[in-house]
Ligand binder design. Structure first.
Ligand code: C2O
Ligand code: CU
Length: 439
């Protein structure tokens, strides 16, 4: 059985940590739908850890719940079948009150699942597999990663962005269509992703979200990527607006954020990475067709009961008034039932809310800030990223987002899954609840 080792990883940062496989830190793990994932998790840290398979449908014993932590120098075998669609998932620690620290110091990586939709996409665009970008913000001092609990409201925000472990990352690309898979593995930073070349914004196609491909691509100028979310983009580096250099940036959105101070604030513009476009040749080609990428099956939620979820607090946030207690489950649902969760954000900061095990289908956004409303693609206020399977949904201040949740899981014993704010500093401080699923 391959070993996934949690261990110190002093290169290039002396205080780095990593999950390694065969000595490779943070490897991209690749599977096909239906494969079995099989690892021996070995803990060589001096504190407990676990590994969570973010976005996958896994029985709770193997889902990385902090109750099943692996103590220092111990190990545990993890085995389950990959049931999910082809998509960009990821793995990271979920240790009790130590998730933020361990993830920030480098533990985590991409987990790619392939299926027939993904095969068709690769054939259609002659895609070379391999481009997966893990985006994280950091503060670096010499050869050390600087970390503290960060801003009490916003969590820890870095002053520069690392892509796949590199700061000021630059990638060479040919002047044609490329797929980018972006994973926001930052502890707290939300990105408003846009692509610029020679001072101009270059549009791109959004083709996939957390849980796989959309039915069709959406041409957009920008896309939101909150912590834990993923997007798959198709970028035409031969686009008429594209020069020999392009940069991926997060644009300003401080207008949407509650008051705060400090130099590295949420919503400030920040540079992500650059592309050097090789052999720029203007070619006239037929516009590719981004229709029929997949079929996104949405269960029927018309008669599903509502459950209200209120997010509140100023410094210490709560979910329906609750703070995390490992042994309590404030929400109980029945396997194979359907519910509409109406999530209301009564705080001044945006909350990316994440549910383990099953996707959330965004049905409607109400009371959205003006900027968000202006980006809606339908009468229900939904954004382009809301049209696929989401495991993490960004809820803006004073917004209400209704999501359909179908508890379709094949595990017929009682399960306990986490639902939480994917701001890791706040997750560790308890903005998380167990959801019990009764068989
Ligand atoms: Cu990405 Cu409960 O986590
Ligand atoms: Cu998760």
């Amino acid at each position: 059985m391959p070993r996934l080792i949690a261990e110190p990883n002093p290169f290039p940062y002396a205080n780095g940590l990593a999950f390694t496989v065969d000595g490779v830190p943070s490897p991209v793990l690749r599977f096909r739908q239906g494969d079995t994932l099989d690892f021996e998790l070995v803990n060589h840290l001096d504190e407990p850890t676990t590994v969570h398979w973010h976005g996958l449908k896994v029985d709770w014993i193997h889902d990385g719940h902090p109750l099943f932590s692996v103590a220092p120098q111990e190990s545990r075998s993890i085995q389950f079948q990959i049931l999910n669609r082809g998509a960009t998932y990821w793995y990271h620690p979920h240790a009790h009150q130590r998730t933020a620290f361990q993830a920030y110091h480098g533990m985590g990586g991409a987990l790619i699942v392939d299926d027939e939709d993904q095969d068709r996409l690769k054939d259609r665009f002659s895609l070379v597999p391999g481009v997966t970008d893990l985006v994280q913000d950091r503060v670096i001092d010499g050869n050390l990663l600087v970390y503290n609990e960060g801003h009490p409201l916003h969590g820890f925000l870095g002053d520069q962005v690392m892509v796949n472990g590199t700061i000021k990352a630059t990638k060479k690309v040919s002047a044609t269509w490329h797929r980018l898979r972006l994973i926001n593995a930052s502890n707290a930073r939300i990105y408003r992703i846009a692509l610029f070349s020679e001072g101009q914004m270059v549009p791109f196609q959004l083709i996939g979200v957390d849980g796989g491909l959309l039915e069709q691509g959406a041409e957009v100028n920008e896309v939101w990527l909150s912590p834990a979310e993923r997007v798959e983009l198709m970028v035409d580096f031969g686009h008429p607006l594209m020069g020999s250099r392009a940069s991926l940036q997060s644009q300003d959105f401080t207008e949407l954020i509650g008051p705060m101070g400090g130099p590295t604030i949420q919503g400030h513009p920040i540079h992500i990475m650059d592309f050097l476009v090789l052999r720029k040749r203007p070619v006239v080609r037929p516009a590719p067709n981004f229709d029929g990428l997949s079929v996104v099956a949405t269960p029927d939620f018309t008669d599903a009961p509502f459950r209200n979820i209120g997010l509140a607090g100023q410094m210490h946030f709560t979910i329906n008034g609750a703070v995390f207690d490992m042994n309590e489950a404030p929400i109980t649902v029945t396997r194979n039932s359907k519910e509409i969760w109406s999530i209301t954000n009564n705080t001044t900061i945006p909350h990316p809310m994440h549910l383990h095990a099953v996707p959330m289908h965004v049905l409607e956004r109400r009371g959205s800030p003006q900027l968000i409303r202006s980006q809606a693609v339908d009468m229900r206020g939904r954004l382009p990223t809301d049209l696929g399977y989401q495991d993490t949904v960004l809820v803006w201040p004073f917004e209400q987002v209704r999501v359909g949740v179908a508890w379709e899981i094949p595990f017929n014993t009682e399960q306990s899954y986490l639902f939480h704010f994917h701001n890791l500093e706040h997750e560790d401080r308890g903005m998380m609840v167990n959801v019990r699923v009764t068989p």
